[in-house]
Write a protein that binds this ligand. Structure first.
Ligand code: G3P
Ligand code: MG
Length: 240
C-alpha cells in the first residue's frame, strides 16, 4: 500500500525565488508544502546562517567564504539580485530568524536542516543548531541531515531522539547500517537509490526514504509507488 507523498520545498521555493532566502521560504509556505529543506553553515563569529555553498560568490554580490565573515559583515550582501533584481533586498538569513518565523506561522511546517559540513567541519555547529532548535521550541518539527556522517554521529551524541536523516548520493547500501547505528529515522537519497533494491531493503529495515531533488512532477508517482515518504523539489507548487 502506498503512503501519502509529502512535498518539501528544496532550499525553499528555489525554482522561482532566490534559494535559501526568506522570500523563497515564505513562498514555499504559501504553496502548502509540508516542509522546507535548507542548508546551514557557520560564520566566523559562530552564527548559524542559511546558505548552500561554502562561498558566497554564486548567490550574493560578494566573494569569499562564509566562514571568513562575521554575520554583521555577511548581512550587508545582496542575496537576491543574482536571481532577479526584484529580490535585491534579500539577505543571507540567520537560522535563528528563520526558526522564529516558523513559530509565527499558522500552519505547522516541517523543517529539514541540512548541516553543510562537507568541506569545512564547522566546529560546534551541531550544538549551536540544537540550542537554536530548543530555544525556538521546534524539536518535534525538525529533521537534521548531512552528507557528513561524523556530524550526524555528533548530533546523536548530543541529542538522543531528534530526527536524523542520513544524506548520500547514488546507490550505497552501507548507509542502511550507518543510519540504524545512530537511530536515524530515514535515508535522504536520490531517485536512483529509492528505486533500487537498496530502497526496498531500507524500508524493510524500518527506515523512511526521502528523495532529493525531484523537479519533474511526473517522477512523483513512481516514487510514491516505491513507498517514498517525502520528495524535495525546487517546484513545490501544486499541479492541477
Ligand atoms: O538535503 C537534500 C539536498 O539538499 C542535498 O543536496 O546540494 O542540494 O544541498 P544539496
Ligand atoms: Mg541541501
Amino acid at each position: 500500500m502506498s503512503n501519502d507523498l509529502m512535498i518539501y520545498a528544496h532550499r525553499g521555493y528555489s525554482g522561482r525565488y532566490p534559494e535559501n532566502t526568506m522570500a523563497a521560504f515564505k513562498a514555499a509556505y504559501e504553496t502548502g508544502a509540508q516542509g522546507i529543506e535548507l542548508d546551514v553553515q557557520l560564520t566566523k563569529d559562530g552564527e548559524a546562517v542559511i546558505i548552500h555553498d561554502e562561498k558566497i560568490d554564486r548567490t550574493t554580490n560578494g566573494t569569499g567564504y562564509v566562514k571568513d565573515y562575521t554575520y554583521e559583515e555577511l548581512s550587508k550582501f545582496d542575496a537576491g539580485s543574482w536571481f532577479n533584481p526584484s529580490f535585491s533586498k534579500e539577505r543571507i538569513p540567520r537560522l535563528q530568524s528563520f526558526l522564529k518565523w516558523v513559530t509565527e506561522q499558522d500552519k505547522e511546517m516541517m523543517v529539514n536542516l541540512e548541516l553543510k559540513t562537507d568541506l569545512f567541519d564547522y566546529q560546534g555547529i551541531e550544538q549551536k543548531v540544537l540550542t537554536l532548535i530548543e530555544e525556538a521550541g521546534l524539536k518535534q518539527r525538525i529533521i537534521i541531515s548531512s552528507f557528513n556522517f561524523d556530524t550526524l554521529k555528533r548530533v546523536r551524541q548530543l541529542d538522543n531522539d531528534i530526527a536524523i536523516g542520513v544524506l548520500f548520493e547514488g546507490i550505497d547500501e552501507e548507509k542502511i547500517g550507518q543510519a540504524r547505528s545512530i537511530h536515524a529515522e530515514a535515508l535522504h537519497c536520490d531517485q536512483s537509490f529509492a528505486l533500487s533494491k537498496g530502497g526496498i531493503e531500507a524500508i524493510a529495515q524500518g527506515l523512511q526514504l526521502r528523495v532529493y531533488t525531484v523537479n519533474n512532477h511526473e517522477d512523483f508517482g513512481p516514487l510514491q509507488t516505491a513507498n517514498v515518504q517525502i520528495v524535495m523539489t525546487d517546484y513545490p507548487e501544486k499541479q492541477s
